[in-house]
Ligand binder design. Structure first.
Ligand code: NAD
Length: 301
């Protein structure tokens, strides 16, 4: 299938590589020329704008930082909607707010295309391994059409309901993630201050009731897990500013629904503090730096 892929960052690049490996033909676009060149070396065609990237394609995939980027890539000058062929599915895998999804779905419909929200979980490791979970908001018919393509990049492809429910699922999941990462950080730093070995403590937590993804797969304490960003100076992974954005989406949605979000609001302030210290581009597990007495050397990517 000929696909226009826009947004080749930490997540988009490995997702696009998996599509190429599966034999799909890709037009790619990103503002960062280095990311584009990585994909070109793997067989993709570089393009000069979102509009050119989607000319003549059978499907469009976007993987961008936030709602403003999705809006500008779709509706801006030389954007997707002005050039995409009729009937084509535009699958947005970015994490954005449900209201923007609905606005983009309407705009796409007016241009004869179909917008599907399909945010992901599984991190950069899942993107590389092709094992992401996709949370899809779409009609049942649209879901069946896009499912085979998503299966190339993911393991669990879940139909959450109508348009924008994929984002609802994603926002709720990341609310849990932001809170649990702060909780594990608090506990690991307390353990360090009280003199227990970090590996011993992590081992106990991971075989006890405190176990969670933030402790057993992505532990924030350096050296506990070689594969976690904490063991490489908090580079790569899921940026603090992206987590801050997602907690903002959750607290905004809670305000709209008149639902309390006590822990969401508190953890949002933790990531906000980290970002204000100039560490917003570090992986979000660097939140442990707010707790540790001797700051590890943090490298900005
Ligand atoms: P990223 O910042 O690494 O990549 C975003 C890419 O979009 C960059 O390469 C950037 O140059 C490009 N871009 C920005 N504006 C653009 C524009 N106008 N036109 C073309 N390209 C543009 O972000 P990421 O980590 O890949 O995350 C992407 C999305 O996926 C975010 O919404 C994030 O919340 C979500 N997400 C990330 C992770 C993760 O672990 N990193 C996990 C799940 C979901």
């Amino acid at each position: 299938m000929k696909i226009g892929f826009i947004g080749l960052g930490n997540m988009g690049a490995p997702m696009a590589l998996n599509l190429l490996k599966a034999g799909h033909v890709l037009n790619v676009f990103d503002l960062n020329s280095e990311s584009v060149q990585t994909l070109v070396r793997a067989g993709a065609t570089a393009t000069v704008s979102p509009g050119v990237a989607v000319t003549g394609v059978e499907c469009v995939i976007t993987m961008l930082p936030a709602a403003a980027h999705v809006k500008s890539v779709l509706t801006g000058e030389d954007g997707v909607l002005g050039a995409v062929p009729e009937g084509v599915f535009i699958i947005d895998c970015s994490t954005i707010d449900p209201a923007t999804v609905k606005a983009m779905a309407q705009a796409a419909e007016a241009h004869g295309s179909v917008f599907v929200d399909a945010p992901v979980s599984g991190g950069t490791g899942g993107a590389m391994a092709g094992t992401l979970t996709f949370m899809v908001g779409a009609s049942a018919a649209a879901f069946e059409k896009v499912r085979p393509l998503l299966q190339v990049m993911g393991k669990n492809i879940v139909h959450c309901g109508e348009t924008s429910t994929g984002q609802v699922a994603k926002i709720c999941n990341n609310l849990v993630l932001g809170i649990t990462m702060a909780g594990v950080s608090e506990a690991m730093a307390l353990g360090e201050a009280l003199g227990i070995d970090a590996n011993v403590l992590a081992g106990i937590i991971n075989t006890s009731t405190g176990r969670c993804w933030s402790s057993d797969t992505y532990n924030p304490f350096p050296g506990v897990l070689d594969s976690a960003p904490s063991s490489r100076g908090y580079t790569g992974g899921f940026g603090t500013d992206l987590m801050l954005k997602d907690l903002g989406l959750a607290t905004d949605a809670a305000k709209f629904a008149r639902q309390p979000a006590y822990l969401g609001a508190l953890s949002q302030q933790l990531y906000q503090t980290l970002s204000a210290r100039g560490e917003g581009r570090l992986d979000f597990s660097a939140v442990i730096n707010l707790y540790r007495r001797e700051q590890p050397v943090a490298q900005q990517s």
